[in-house]
Design a protein around this ligand. Sequence first.
Ligand code: TUI
Length: 316
Amino acid sequence: MIKTVLCDMLGIEHPIVQGGMAWVATAELVAAVSEAGAFGILGGGNAPPDYVRAQIRETKRRTSKPFGVNIPLFSPHVDDLVEICIEERVRAVATGAGNPGPFMPRLKEAGILCMPVVASVALAKRLERMGADIIVAEGMESGGHIGDLTTLPLVPQVVDAVQVPVVAAGGFADGRGLVAALALGAVGIQMGTRFVCTTECTVHENYKRKILEAGDRATMTTGHSLGHPVRAIRNAMTREFQEMEKRGASEEEIIEFGTGRLRLAAEQGDVVHGSVMAGQVSGMVNDIVSCRELVERIVRQAEGIIGALPGVVRQA
Ligand code: TUI
């Protein structure tokens, strides 16, 4: 068994968190992840509040284990989503793509754990001061909206800068990564892409197939001109996006072009015109398994590596 303080804080068996992916992390996936002893997080995305509340209730119907909700800070419904999370008494609220400082007092008052995703030391320190309970340090290997540092240098710098537990995100898909994260001082890992390729994930099968077929260099980033880089699997959409940015298209034109593309891929399965957001680990995701089997496999592999380390490292 690999137990860290994260297990105690979140009420889970294994120090593994499932990233709260918009339009992808629905009640079915979240409940299956939590039932497997890891921590499932619903993807709030920019979905309407009623939809998110229904998803929370559906997750509760499927599991009595703790789970969280991700609130992306560009959602037009942030205030409503915060209130819903409080009313529904979810275990933790994860945030991304911005600074959740203004919402943290309300959540803390309600006894909900705050676990913001950060991409820099500066924001990690600021959010610790404002009461963050857990910091998720996410490298640019991740899928979706990303910062500009990679996981290997980001995680230990955040670990050194804050007192609260740090979860490593970006580039994790197996037990090797879990051991590496623990070696960097993290208390666990968050995985998104790997959890997409599970039997319980409700995303369109075309989306899963794109990840299964992906090689090491299958993803690329777009959106730098907007100051919001996003990693997705290369397709006609990412190429056209890149062309628009190259020819200096206006911000409005680019935003209009990009809007709704993730949902198009995730729900309709249009992986040509849609945005197949996925991380660099796509190249090492080669099967679809149940969440239980995945979590057990990762923990087993990590335990094996830790057990074998004394034989690898020769003491003088
Ligand atoms: O949030 C994510 N990843 C996401 S959100 C998303 S939904 C989307 N849909 C359409 C287009 C674009 C996105 C897909 N993927 N990850 C967490 C994350 N947060 N990564 C990086 C950051 C971040 C970056 C800068 C957090 C804070 C930040 O600082 C801003 C500030 O205000 O200081």
